[in-house]
Design a protein around this ligand. Structure first.
Ligand code: GDD
Ligand code: MN
Length: 367
């Protein structure tokens, strides 16, 4: 086989039923060209990786990267790009929502000198069958926010279907966020001086499986943007974690004052508020901050217990740091309290990031 010129990178999570059809669609659209399919699967329980390997036995231009420990759409795409042989990279969903028939036109546009070519769901003349009204509204908000931030006027800045050169993508990866949320958005953000061409395509309805991106997309997008504003110093997950914590503290104070109004003495009210805020923080982080890694069933309750333990150690660290700062600064309450809180948040983030969610989680089900 000659070296593939086009590498189609497809991140998958539970797409077993879609894999053979993707291949057929690509084979038809890319007939006569040299191409390969690189599927990056996060150890999907439905056996997607096995299906890809089976396909690889029939066709030598199919490869599977099965990631046992890593999670997440963005980093999956990055891995695929790093494994690709082709000079041109096409990224597309593994659920048949992106039509392979658009790819030849994308390649033409790259050939014509555009640096990034994307498939847009919203350009004039497209009918987005695949989006419900609610998703459409969410998308509108997301698009506005993203365009504002990027200084672009793209009709679909959050698309997951695009093509570019491997060189440019590889050069951008060190700047991009592995735990970020939108690969295309991130790529454009780090290459704002290049030319981008949008091509309309018809976003298809999902045929098998379930969409994984829902309401929390807007939250993740906002966290991604804050992270970029900090020049990447604050990773998106930390932004999300702190954001949830801030909302949690509003919750804390509402519960505190309400309980006291209802006649509870301070320490009782404070205890209730602390427990409620802790459960709130854990539950919301589980859904928003760690959406890729969400704990369900008994793992959820074990995680909550572990989180409470971690948080109580954090409270001790918080109070003692605050006390030391308070004494050494001779009574600067605000600075002392803030120092304590920062220590608390960092502790909670670092420890729960390692032990509860993520690759070294104690709650990962043995496979
Ligand atoms: N490896 C890996 N890891 N793949 C994942 C993960 C993950 O954690 N999460 C999702 N995927 C895969 C899915 O299997 C699918 O092939 C693709 O990534 C996109 O996920 P969907 O669940 O189909 O996303 P969607 O259809 O809701 O989102 C669409 O719209 C977004 C814009 O709002 C897609 O086109 C996205 O690419 C697009 O950014
Ligand atoms: Mn999809």
């Amino acid at each position: 086989m000659t070296a593939p010129r086009v590498s189609v990178v497809v991140p998958t999570y539970n797409e077993v039923g879609n894999v053979p059809m993707i291949y057929d669609g690509l084979a038809e659209a890319l007939a006569g060209r040299s191409w390969e399919l690189v599927v990056v699967d996060d150890d999907s329980p439905d056996g997607t990786a096995d299906a890809v390997r089976a396909l690889g036995l029939q066709h030598d231009n199919v490869r599977c990267i099965q990631r046992v420990l890593e999670r997440g759409l963005c980093s999956a795409v990055h891995w695929g790009v790093q494994a690709a042989h082709g000079e041109v990279i096409v990224v597309m969903d593994g659920d048949l929502q992106h039509e392979p028939a658009l790819i030849p036109r994308m390649l033409d546009a790259l050939q014509a000198g555009h640096d990034i070519v994307s498939g847009s769901r919203f350009l004039q003349g497209t009918a987005e069958k695949g989006l419900s009204d609610r998703r459409r509204r969410l998308s509108d908000w997301g698009n506005r926010l993203t365009n504002y931030f990027l200084g672009t006027e793209l009709s679909d800045p959050l698309t997951g279907f695009f093509a570019t050169s491997r060189r440019m993508f590889l050069d951008s990866i060190p700047l991009m966020q592995a735990d970020g949320f939108k690969v295309f958005f991130d790529l454009v953000y780090h290459n704002r001086n290049v030319t981008i061409r949008e091509l309309p395509f018809e976003f298809q309805r999902r045929r098998h499986g379930q969409s994984k991106l829902q309401l929390y997309v807007l939250w993740l997008l906002a966290c991604d943007i804050v992270s970029k504003l900090s020049r990447g110093m604050l990773p998106p997950r930390l932004v999300s974690f702190v954001g949830v914590g801030l909302i949690g503290s509003i919750f804390h104070f509402s519960v505190l004052y309400t309980s006291m109004d209802l006649g509870a003495v301070f320490w009782v009210a404070q205890t209730i508020a602390t427990v409620v805020a802790m459960v709130f923080n854990f539950t919301i982080n589980n859904v928003l901050t760690y959406s890729d890694d969400r704990l369900r069933g008994t793992a959820f309750y074990k995680g909550l217990l572990l989180y409470s333990l971690i948080a109580s150690v954090g409270i001790v660290a918080n109070v003692s740091t605050a006390q030391i700062t308070y004494v050494s600064l001779q009574g600067h309450t605000f600075i002392a309290a803030t120092t304590g809180l920062v220590i608390d948040v960092i502790w909670r983030f670092v420890v729960s990031n390692r032990l509860i969610w993520g690759r070294s989680s104690m709650l990962r089900k043995p496979r």
